[in-house]
Write a protein that binds this ligand. Structure first.
Ligand code: HEM
Length: 235
C-alpha cells in the first residue's frame, strides 16, 4: 500500500511537471521567445504532450491494477471511441499550432457561425486545393472548429455510453466526467479566444485545457489497459 501511494505521488508530480512545461511554453510564446516556425512549435507541443500521454497511461494502469476493485468489464466500443478521440485531439493540436502561428484567430471572430455562415466562401480559394489547409486562414480556422465539434461529440458519446452501461470500475466514470469537463473548458476557452480577438489569458487557458484533455485520455486508456492485462492473466 505504501508503494502504491508513493507511486501515485511520483506520477502526479511528473504529470504536474509536464503541465508546468506546457504553461512555460505558452508564456514563452506570449513573450515572443520561441521562433515562429510551425514544425518547431509542433515539435515542442508534442514533445510535452506525448510524454504526458504515456505517463498518464502508465500511472492509471499501475494504480488500478494494484487496487482490488470491482471486476473490469471489457468494453471494445469505449476503447475504439478513446482511440478515435486521441487521433482527433492530436490533429486538433497540430491545427491549433497553425491557427495560432498564422493568426487565424483574428479572422471571423464570431461563434458558432462565421459571420452568419457555416461554410464561408473563402474556404477553397487557393489553388491547388491542399494548400488551403496550410496557407488559407479561413480554412485553418474552419478545420479547427470542425475538429473541435467532432471531439466534443465523441466525448459526449463516451459520457452517455459510460452512464448507460453503468461502466465499472467507478474510476472510469470519474475520469469520463473529468474528460468531459476539460473538453468543455477547452471548447469554451477556444470560442472566447476568438470572440475577444485572442487575449493572452484565454490563449493560455485554451492551451492548458488541451494538455488536461491529453492527460484524461491517457488515464482512461490506462484503466482499460490494466483491465485487459487482468483478463489475459485470468484466461
Ligand atoms: C475542444 C478541442 C480543442 C482543442 C484540443 C484545441 C487546441 C488548440 C491548441 C493546442 C491551440 C494552440 C495554442 C496556442 O499555441 O496558442 C489552439 C489554438 C486556437 N484555438 Fe483551439 N482547440 C480546441 C477547440 C477550439 C474551439 C472550439 C475554438 C473556437 C472556435 C478554438 C479556437 C482557437 C484559436 C482562435 C486558436 C489560436 C490562438 C492563438 O492565436 O494563439 N479552439 N487550439
Amino acid at each position: 500500500m505504501k508503494d502504491l501511494i508513493r507511486d501515485r505521488k511520483t506520477h502526479f508530480a511528473v504529470l504536474l511537471f509536464f503541465g508546468l512545461m506546457q504553461l512555460l511554453l505558452g508564456l514563452a510564446r506570449q513573450l515572443g521567445v520561441i521562433p515562429e516556425s510551425p514544425s518547431l512549435l509542433a515539435l515542442l507541443y508534442f514533445g510535452v504532450m506525448i510524454p504526458t500521454l504515456l505517463i498518464a497511461v502508465h500511472a492509471s494502469a499501475t494504480s488500478t491494477r494494484s487496487t482490488r476493485g470491482p471486476t473490469h468489464r471489457r468494453n471494445p466500443f469505449q476503447i475504439t471511441l478513446l482511440m478515435i478521440l486521441l487521433l482527433l485531439t492530436g490533429t486538433q493540436i497540430y491545427w491549433g499550432v497553425f491557427t495560432s502561428l498564422l493568426d487565424a484567430g483574428h479572422v471571423y471572430n464570431t461563434f458558432p457561425s462565421m459571420y452568419g455562415q457555416w461554410i464561408p466562401p473563402e474556404l477553397w480559394v487557393i489553388d491547388p486545393l491542399h494548400r488551403n489547409f496550410f496557407e488559407n486562414l479561413v480554412t485553418i480556422q474552419w478545420m479547427h472548429r470542425l475538429f473541435a465539434l467532432l471531439i466534443l461529440l465523441t466525448v459526449l458519446m463516451l459520457w452517455v455510453h459510460t452512464f448507460l452501461m453503468k461502466q465499472r470500475p467507478l474510476i472510469i466514470v470519474h475520469l469520463v466526467v473529468f474528460l468531459l469537463t476539460v473538453t468543455l473548458l477547452s471548447y469554451t476557452a477556444g470560442a472566447f479566444t476568438l470572440i475577444y480577438h485572442v487575449p493572452a489569458f484565454l490563449t493560455l487557458l485554451h492551451q492548458i485545457s488541451a494538455q488536461l484533455m491529453i492527460t484524461g485520455i491517457g488515464l482512461l486508456l490506462g484503466v482499460h489497459y490494466s483491465g485487459w492485462i487482468e483478463e489475459q492473466a485470468q484466461s
